[in-house]
Structure formats: C-alpha cells, structure tokens
Design a protein around this ligand. Sequence first.
Ligand SMILES: [Zn+2]
Length: 353
Amino acid sequence: MFEKSTWIRLPRNVVVGHGVIDRVVDVIDDLHLQGRPLFVTSPTPRKVAADPIAADFEAAGIDPAVVTVETASFDAVEDVIETAEAEEVSYLVGIGGGKAIDIAKMASHHLEMGFLSVPTAASHDGVISNRGSVPEGDTRHSVAAKPPLAVVADTEVLAQAPWELTTAGCADIISNYTAVMDWRLAKRLKDVEYSEYAAALSEMTAEILVGNADLVRPGLEESAWIVSKALMSSGVAMSIADSSRPASGAEHLFSHQLDRLAPGAALHGHQVGVGSIMTAYLHGGEDGIWRDIRNALSSIDAPTTADELGIDDETVIEALTTCHSIRDRYTILGDGMNERAARDVATKTGVID
Ligand SMILES: [Zn+2]
C-alpha cells in the first residue's frame, strides 16, 4: 500500500528587483490581508526601509504599528508578541537583516499570524526559510515556523548593505555542498527523511552561485540579485524538505558552536563557509572538493581561515571537537572528533597554522 504524503508550504509571492520596496502595499492587496500590520525592524533598516514603507501604508489608509528590536534574543520575541497583542495587529512584517526577520518569524509562529519578509541584507537564507532561531542562554531556541506569506527583496536596498553581509550570504549558499553531503550520509547510515528534489535543488543553487562568482563584486547591484535569488532557491529547498537539512549540516553545527564560544566575532555565513572547507575535507579527503570550496569563498572575498574570521585557533579546535553534541543531527562529525583529528583537518585545510 502506498501511504506516503507530503505537505510543502511555500511563500505565495516572491518579489525581487530594483525598487520593489515600493510594492509592499501591492503585495498586501494581492494577499488580501486585512487590518493593521506590525512592522518588526531594527535601527538602520528602519531608516532605509521601514519608514518609507510605513509612509506608503499610511498613504493607502493603513496605520502600521512599529517595534524596533536591538538584539536577537528570546526577550525581543516576547516583546514583539506583547506589542502585537496590545496594538491588535493582524499580521507582521519583518524588515531588516537576519535579526528582525528571525524575530518576526518566531513571533508570528507563536501568534499564529502570517508574516512578510522584507530583507535589507542578503546575509543568510533565513530570510525565506521556514526555520527560525534565536540564542536563549547558552542554547538556541528554534522553531519550525511557516515560511513567510511573501518576500520582497529590493536589490537597490540590498546593494547598499555592508559588503561583508553579501559575502556572508554567498558563503552560506556555498556551504550547501557539504550540507547535502551530510544529509546523504545520514540517509545512508541512519535512514533519515530525505528528498532527492530538495538535495538536487540545494546543490544546483550552490553551483549557479559559484558559476556566477565573477559577478559578485562590491557596488554591483547585480550581486544582490544573484545572491538573493540563490537565497530564495535555498529556502525553497528547505520548504520542500520541511527541514533545514538541504542547507545545514556539520558546518552549521560548527558555526552555532562558535556563536557560543566567541559571540559576535564573525558573521554566520562566514563561519559556515570556513566550517564547510573542513567538513568537505572530512568527507572527501585530500582530493575532495574542499579546495574548490575554499577557492570559491576566496574569490568572493569571504574568509577562509580562523585569522580572517577573527577567531583564535584554539576556539576553532574546541568548536570542532564539541559541536556534534549541540543538536541531534547526524553528520560527518559522527559522535565527535578528538583533538588530534580536529587539529589535523584544520591545519591541512589551512584554516589554522
Ligand atoms: Zn546558514
């Protein structure tokens, strides 16, 4: 008997391009959303995006409530939930980098309300995916939320974001190669849920990005176009899989551990990029694709060493030897690396001296 079923949730509208920030009200109309929105933003995105969007809403006779969040924390999520209830809003709009969008996503999940994602930086694939997480004490609080109802990514705005945010978004995409290797390994060894469509889409996304790496240059709006399309595609792969597996393997565990050991030292995408060089080596050995990953990262100006991340060698070793235990996700790290093995892979790949 055939008894499989799947439920794929995707955003209904994805609007990417020059000046599309002016279209948010049209998107709301298209979705037939009624009532008052709550904008969740942070200080800089408020000036460049949230205030102009608020003016468009007011011109259309809608009065948005606005909350500005300073840090990505569980308290910030609770604050947004309280504001949403007090202001009697009916949907949320996350406007900002990863932080504001993650918080809007998690609050909307709790409130059982829809939300829109308006990224102002192409810094990671959380802008479209159905996953959200914020630090909570020394762990991360994460939810399998719904994806946004719509994503509006204005390439003119994204191109004005600090350049390192764009290179971090690229590195997050390049790490899909090792995320998929880990997923296939876990399928073979542990028979985890696996989708060949999602895996192939995730790998193809990384390939297209690497193939267009010459067009990823500071000051080129086209860079923002390439990276945001790739982030959307990677987010769709996660929605198809109903899991972050297509875009998150051991390199993400490594990065989450660095977030705990050296908070704020480097950007998420940059950390996963460096992690991906090392886990590619663990998968394929000396002749594996780790050099291709390293070359792709350096061609777009993303860090490839601990030094470039601004993280000391010993912290890298500690993260490598402990990160397998932070969540129940089988990867090439298995039940953990010992210190000698960790030092060996980090040295051979040039991540540490
Ligand atoms: Zn990521």
